[in-house]
Design a binder for this molecule. Structure first.
Ligand code: 13P
Length: 249
């Protein structure tokens, strides 16, 4: 049985004061979330402080990105072992904003997945098509290519300790959520693609949906057979809204 995961991606938002308030708000309600595992991914600079507040409680810590390198002359980058040392259980790799604004390609995302695992963290690898690709009927071609990069690089066994998030680019921050059927269809496609290499790993893999998830639509999405939780952007910046989503898990 796959345990639902609800992960908040705060993106580049917050101040020391607002982050402290948000974490305290989450902790005030997280104890009653029974069905889902909950994680938050603050900007790197807040990890130490947020980690100290979470302090091994019901909310896990994650990061939004890591370097493909373990150490060295890579100015401005953050290494996996550093994130692990600060208590990160999860790290997002291949978010569409990294792919679009930082030129991250499928091969780099696959290497980052392996680097995260080598540091003892669970990568949340993001895949998703643009609106143009969907309208051209290329959704499965694009998602297939992105998933194959993980299967051909780190390999199917690596996916036994990873999470995949389907985040259609057209649904991110737009208020335009994929319908449960649209999301389920892509999730089933991803699981099937992985099952062709290893059925047991595909069956155990948690597949999250991301893109304008809110308290009002989380239940119907999470009820779908192959949707095992969510990767939440904007709504994770509001403690009450995020907790409503967590309770839907
Ligand atoms: P929104 O929930 O703001 O659409 O963002 C989704 C996302 O990109 C999470 O990684």
């Amino acid at each position: 049985m796959r345990r639902t995961l609800v992960a908040g991606n705060w993106k580049m938002n917050g101040s020391r004061a607002s982050v402290a308030e948000l974490v305290d708000g989450l902790l005030a309600g997280a104890g009653t979330v029974a069905s889902a595992e909950v994680a938050i991914c603050p900007p790197h600079v807040f990890l130490a402080e947020v980690g100290a507040r979470l302090d091994g409680g019901p909310v896990a810590l994650g990061a939004q990105d890591l370097s493909e390198h373990v150490s060295g002359a890579y100015t401005g980058e953050i290494a996996g072992p550093m994130l692990a040392e600060y208590g990160c259980r999860y790290v997002i790799v291949g978010h569409s904003e990294r792919r679009a604004y930082h030129g991250e390609d499928d091969a780099l995302v696959a290497r980052k997945l392996a680097t995260a695992q080598a540091a003892g963290m669970i990568p949340i690898a993001c895949v998703g098509e643009t609106l143009e690709e969907r309208e051209a009927g290329d959704t499965e071609t694009v998602i297939g290519r992105q998933v194959d990069a993980l299967l051909d690089g780190p390999g199917v066994v690596a996916l036994a300790s990873a999470v995949i998030a389907y985040e259609p680019v057209w649904a991110i921050g737009t208020g335009r959520t994929a319908t449960p059927d649209q999301a389920q269809s892509v999730h089933a496609f991803i699981r099937g693609r992985i099952a062709a290499r290893d059925a047991a790993i595909a069956d155990g893999l948690r597949l999250l949906y991301g893109g304008s998830v809110k308290g009002a639509n989380a239940s119907e999405l999470f009820a779908m057979q192959d949707i095992d939780g969510g990767l939440i952007g904007g709504a994770s910046l509001d403690a009450d809204e995020f907790l409503t989503i967590c309770h839907a898990g």
